[in-house]
Structures are given as C-alpha cells and as structure tokens.
Design a protein around this ligand. Structure first.
Ligand code: DGL
Length: 274
C-alpha cells in the first residue's frame, strides 16, 4: 500500500523549513506542501488565543490541498494549540514537534535532567515539561525562553560575538543545573547549534526537534502503509506558500532549507480566513 499525496507542513514563518529539510533527508520521495505565515511571524510573543487561531487557519489552508498528514513544525503552535488543531482535524494524522523531541531527550538523559529552550509562548505553556513528565515523572526539567534567538537567526547573525554573548546571557543558568540534554524547542535554534554547544559545553547533548519529528512522521506513514511509492526527488514536486514575500525571503529560506526554492507562491491572509 502507498499514498502519493503530499505531507502538509506549516510554521509561523520560514523556520519550519528545518523540519522540511529533515523530511527530505529521511524520506526523499515524499512531496511536501509548506505554508509559512510570513505576514504574521513571529508567533512566539503572541497571546494563546491568537496562536490557536492562526494555527487553525494555517492548518485549514493545508487541509484544502489534499494532504495525507499534517505536521505542525512550529514549536509555539505545537505547544499552545496542537490539541485545538487535533480537535478540528480528525481525518488525517496530525503531529507536532514537542513529543518527538521530548521522547528523544527522555531516552538519552543519564542524569535525568533536561533543559528546554524556546519562545516565550512555548516555555510559558510548559508543554515540553508536561510531555517529559508524561514520559517519566521523575525527570527534572529546566526551561528558558530565549526570545532574541529568532531575530538573530533571521538576521543571519549566526556566528558572531554578539550572538555568543546573548547565548551566554540566556544559558548560563541552565549550565549550572547539571542538565545533560538540551531540547532546541524552536524551529530557528538548530541554526545556532554550534554557538549553543560552545556555551553549554559538549557534555550536554542537543536535541533538534526537527530531526525527531521527521523521523516520527516517517514511522507513522510506514506503519499506515502511506509512504510515497517512489524514492525520487520529492523536493522537485513540492510546493511552498507564504502569506507575504518579504524582501530577504530567498536568503532566509535558503538558510533554513539548505537549498534554493525556485517557485514560491503567495496567498492572501483573507484566503485563510483572517
Ligand atoms: N516557529 C517558531 C517556533 O518554533 C519561532 C518563530 C516565532 O516566534 O514565530 O516556536
């Protein structure tokens, strides 16, 4: 059995392309329909009700494209609005990024002390803490919001002294807790992996939710017999939508996806119900 329909992936902006990149790595034949809500990014400092509303609109847009699975690549929406989206979308599997990253961390921690970093909304929701405690109630979880990381990555300030200073500022408390695993609970943070690792030290394992989410998607599709029948380049047949083509779009998209997107389609927010 196979299913050649695409996988729908959405994010508040372009950061979710880190998840798409991992999907193409582990399932090169799969086609993706991506939506990045670039007109309204960032979601990380918004209210819970706005995040839920935006997430549902993003999900509905992708559902109109006949997808076989929905991946909520945005940590903020996954933390705050995944249950809400699942209530409204029952016809296909819906997966977020919180559980796959949490499972991977819970399996790897020897000290049973895990750090989580993300946007203010993600950390405020305590979704990672709850997911980790559902897996193992004895785990100690230390969370820290790092709101400046997103604009630093968007500006391409990846390997700079300024970024290292900001990382130091946010992460020094976490280092003192004795964590041995740190979940990168935001789409943008995998791009800061080296800076973060240099700050927390190599004895701390960094867990990239994007990688574990793509792996979980592959496992679910295989179990359902719904993998794409071909092993070819799904990328060539994928579609990428945004709600606003910002001036530095190409540059930022390349940074997250690792390759150039030829055709980017724009949709109006009115078309997704705003
Ligand atoms: N995509 C968001 C996340 O993973 C980061 C950017 C934003 O704040 O919207 O939490």
């Amino acid at each position: 059995m196979s299913d050649s329909r695409p996988i729908g992936v959405f994010d508040s902006g372009l950061g979710g392309l880190t998840v798409v990149r991992e999907i193409f790595r582990c399932m090169p034949g799969e086609r993706v329909i991506y939506f990045g809500d670039t007109a309204r990014v960032p979601y990380g400092g918004r209210s819970v009700s706005a995040i839920k509303r935006f997430g549902m609109q993003d999900a509905r847009f992708l559902l109109s494209m006949d997808i076989k699975m929905l991946i909520v690549a945005c940590n903020t929406v996954s933390s705050v609005g995944l249950a809400h989206i699942r209530e409204g979308v029952t016809e296909i599997p819906v997966i977020g990024v919180v559980l796959p990253g949490s499972r991977a961390a819970a399996l790897r921690t020897a000290e049973r002390k895990i750090g989580v970093i993300g946007t203010r909304a993600t950390v405020g929701s305590e979704a990672y803490t709850q997911a980790l405690h559902n897996i193992d109630n004895g785990l100690r979880v230390y969370s820290k919001a790092c709101p400046l990381f997103v604009p630093l990555v968007e500006e391409g300030l990846i390997d700079t002294d300024f970024t290292r200073m900001v990382a130091q500022h946010y992460l020094y408390e976490l280092v003192d807790t004795g964590i041995d695993c740190l979940i990168l609970g935001c789409t943008h943070y995998p791009l800061l992996m080296e800076t973060i690792l240099a700050t927390v030290g190599t004895r701390v394992q960094l867990l990239d939710s994007a990688f574990w989410t793509a792996k979980e998607a592959a496992d679910i599709l295989s179990a359902l017999g719904a993998r794409h029948p071909e092993h070819g380049s799904g990328f060539a047949e994928s579609r990428f939508f945004v709600s606003d083509k910002t001036p530095n779009f190409d540059q930022v998209a390349r940074r997250f996806l690792g390759q150039e997107i030829q055709d980017i389609e724009t949709i109006e927010l009115e078309d997704i119900g705003e």
